[in-house]
Design a protein around this ligand. Structure first.
Ligand SMILES: Nc1ncnc2c1ncn2[C@@H]1O[C@H](COP(=O)(O)OP(=O)(O)OP(=O)(O)O)[C@@H](O)[C@H]1O
Length: 702
């Protein structure tokens, strides 16, 4: 996709626009604060007719939204409009052939066309609906326009923004993109989310007061100020926002930078008709008041909702089936023989006739040579082809030969930041703060972890209570230490999976939006987790150490605590890696024992090294549990002497006179001392973080 422009061409067009519009451009890195007056006059001409055609229902909703107090337009940069002209957009994906097909050399399509020569023009101040059955290519088109097409897809064609081709990062700078799924943290509130985004995405020169004002105005624009402090929650699991509020809170996240363009993927999915219409009315208000160019895909719409939109573009199988004013949709279909039956709403009818699996076909179909069997795929395909051909013949979805009317356009806000982006330290601090807040709020997980540490700690302490210093004391200590090390690693690992997986989608969205780097994200996770791991460890380690009666020596106690802390972090970072690599808590939890248990087999507690078959004996050097076990064992058994009765002595000597004998039995010092074992674990931990980074980076680019 040629989405680049030579700087000279870009600046020439910029100059032309700047001189041809009365809209002021941004200055000094601040978000433009000009009023929407010039823009609204620009947009009013184009949108007046469609605006007046909006249903009474929508206007009443709109006026109620008005009274909610819009303040967004007064300070947004939306006044500078952007005309988008996409020409001949084609998107393909290489077809996957089975190995069998490849071996047999079966012919087949080498690629699947997802979008086929789609052209469209969007103007500021208008709300355009992207309508079509499932899989018709709506999301793919939004991705292309928003500069977010996955790299696996090949694309061609051009997209001009006020007559310029832009780099994808510039497209992202001037546009907001609302994904189909509501991606928000369950334990945060809409206001907190917006404050976080404002801190990370607005110029650092903006005062805290101005940022807060921006947050409040966005909450007001979308009518969610009242629920600004309600937890987002999880539908059906954790009480929180209603469906409509969730949608609006999700859209709000894309408005914090006052983008000039907004792409919204199915904002009404899963909402009842009235709530869906209210969401669309909010979008229309945004378009009108801020002169924004808004394209929203929709897979279901009531008649009232359809008429809130200015324009509609219908897609079928990646081709344009209609493009124009909403009011022209039914006449166009009627002209080519598809009359919407009474009682069926126009959007549903359009989707129905554009669907390959249409089930409710009517007499019109028969009139076109169809039959009861006309629901077959081939007749559906023929129908869709006829409609898309008619659209093309009517000049829909073909490149606009007239030059773009730049009088409606403003300057592109490409360099709002002027080098005043928030520093990585600010980003890190914000992420650490948010991570700590989320951990504190996740009470269920916190109680479960604390309970686990207290109960298991007490159980272990009770079983090994006041461990003796007799001949079995060495083996008893080894058993205890073996269990303690495994428990610490598993507990940390589980906690990481529980906390990380629900956040993953948020990380993907925010990092794709360029809010922070993967390194900053990982660093914040690690830093925020440190005090929590320490807290849980205190609940566990004191009771185990003192109830069991391990060596009463301050240095040994501190080393034990330090090792236990390292093992907790070791488990957490391993959990982070498994979560980052799989992206799924079930898969991560299923993998965890598979990673840890083989390692315990080589820890020399269960099997002596020389008893292991020589062919795999070398694997023990990769056993992280061996280093964990050895480190703690050396600390506890060094300088410890054991007593023995006369009955236990063999030829007058005790078989296990001291801890050293037990260390020799387990070959615990074979590799090195405590520092060496701790160092090797540190190397493993660094590897976990590096691979977590790679896995997260790979997933955000997918
Ligand atoms: N990254 C991808 N790799 C391969 N195929 C893809 C990819 N993204 C989308 N597709 C395919 O492109 C087609 C159009 O998908 P798209 O998500 O745009 O549909 P849609 O119209 O938005 O549908 P829905 O309303 O159900 O979300 C589908 O067949 C989908 O499987």
């Amino acid at each position: 996709m040629p989405l680049r422009v030579a700087p000279s061409a870009a600046s020439a067009v910029m100059e032309q626009q700047e001189s041809s519009t009365s809209t002021s451009s941004s200055t000094g890195g601040a978000i433009p604060l000009d009023s929407a007056s010039s823009a609204s006059s620009a947009s009013s001409a184009s949108s007046a007719s469609s605006a007046s055609s909006a249903s009474s229902a929508s206007s009443s909703s709109a006026s109620s939204a008005d009274s909610a107090g819009y303040g967004y337009d007064a300070e947004s940069g939306g006044a500078a409009g952007v005309i988008i002209e996409a020409s001949n957009i084609t998107v393909k994906v290489p077809a996957k052939k089975s190995l069998l097909d490849k071996c047999r050399g079966r012919p087949g399509t080498d690629e699947i066309v997802l979008l086929d020569n789609v052209s469209l023009k969007l103007v500021p101040g208008e709300l355009t609906m992207l309508l079509g059955p499932s899989s018709s290519g709506k999301s793919v088109l939004l991705d292309v326009l928003a500069g977010r097409l996955p790299s696996a897809l090949e694309s061609s064609g051009s997209v001009l923004y006020n007559g310029m081709e832009l780099d994808p990062s510039d497209v992202m700078a001037i546009s907001g993109y609302v994904q189909q799924e509501d991606i928000m943290l369950a334990d945060s509130t809409p206001r907190e989310n917006l404050q976080f985004l404002a801190r990370l995405s607005l110029p650092s020169t903006m005062s805290a007061e101005d940022r807060n004002e921006r947050v409040e105005s966005v909450l007001n624009v979308l009518g969610i100020a009242k629920v600004g402090d309600t937890l987002v929650g999880v539908p059906g699991l954790k009480r929180g926002l209603s469906g409509g509020e969730r949608k609006r809170a999700n859209i709000a996240q894309s408005l914090i930078t006052a983008p000039q363009i907004l792409y919204v993927d199915d904002p009404t999915a899963g909402l009842d008709a009235a709530t869906a219409e209210a969401v669309i009315v909010n979008l229309r208000k945004l378009a009108k008041k801020n002169n924004m160019t808004i394209l929203a895909s929709v897979s279901q719409a009531s008649n009232e909702m359809l008429h809130v939109f200015d324009n509609v573009m219908a897609l079928a199988g990646g081709q344009v089936a209609y493009s124009g004013k909403v009011t022209g949709l039914l006449p166009f279909l009627e002209d080519i023989g598809y009359e919407c039956p009474r009682g069926l709403n126009p959007a549903d009818f359009t989707i129905e006739i554009l669907s390959r699996s249409a089930l409710v076909l009517n007499d019109d179909e028969a009139a076109h040579g169809g039959s009861s069997a006309s629901t077959s795929a081939s007749s559906s395909l023929a129908r869709i082809q006829a409609i898309t051909a008619a659209a093309r013949a009517a000049g829909m979805g073909v490149p606009d030969s007239s030059s773009a009317s730049l009088s409606q356009a403003g300057s592109l806000h490409l360099d709002e930041f002027n080098g005043h982006r928030p520093s990585p330290i600010v980003k890190l601090a914000q992420l650490v703060k948010r991570n700590i807040m989320l951990q504190v709020r996740n009470k269920q997980a916190s109680w479960a972890r604390a309970g686990q540490m207290i109960i298991l700690g007490f159980l272990i302490a009770a079983i090994w209570y006041q461990i003796d210093r007799g001949q079995t004391g060495g083996l008893d200590r080894a058993g205890l230490i073996f269990l303690v090390t495994i428990m610490l690693v598993f507990s940390g690992m589980q906690a990481a999976v529980t906390l990380f997986i629900p956040e993953r989608a948020v990380f993907m969205r925010e990092s794709q939006d360029g809010l922070y780097s993967t390194v900053t994200y990982l660093a914040a996770k690690v830093i925020a987790d440190l005090p929590f791991q320490a807290f849980y460890l205190v609940l566990y380690v004191f009771q185990v150490y003192f109830m069991v009666g391990l060596q009463a020596d301050l240095e040994k106690f501190l080393i034990f605590v330090g090792f236990a802390y390292q093992l907790s972090l070791f488990g957490t970072w391993l959990g982070l890696l498994l979560s980052a690599a799989t992206g799924d808590s079930d898969a991560a939890n299923a993998l965890a024992p598979g990673v840890v248990l083989p390692s315990t087999l080589f820890a020399s507690f269960l099997v002596k090294p020389e008893s292991i078959w020589v062919g795999i004996r070398w694997l023990r050097y990769f056993s992280f549990m061996k280093y964990a076990f050895n480190g703690v064992l050396i600390n506890e058994l060094k300088d410890l002497t054991f007593t023995c009765d006369a009955s236990e002595a063999i030829n007058g000597t005790c078989p296990v006179p001291n801890g050293q004998a037990v260390l020799d039995l387990f070959e615990a010092e074979e590799d090195g001392n405590i520092g060496f074992n701790s160092g090797i674990l540190g190397v493993y931990m660094a590897i976990f973080l590096i691979f977590s980074y790679l896995a997260l980076n790979a997933s955000r680019k997918r």
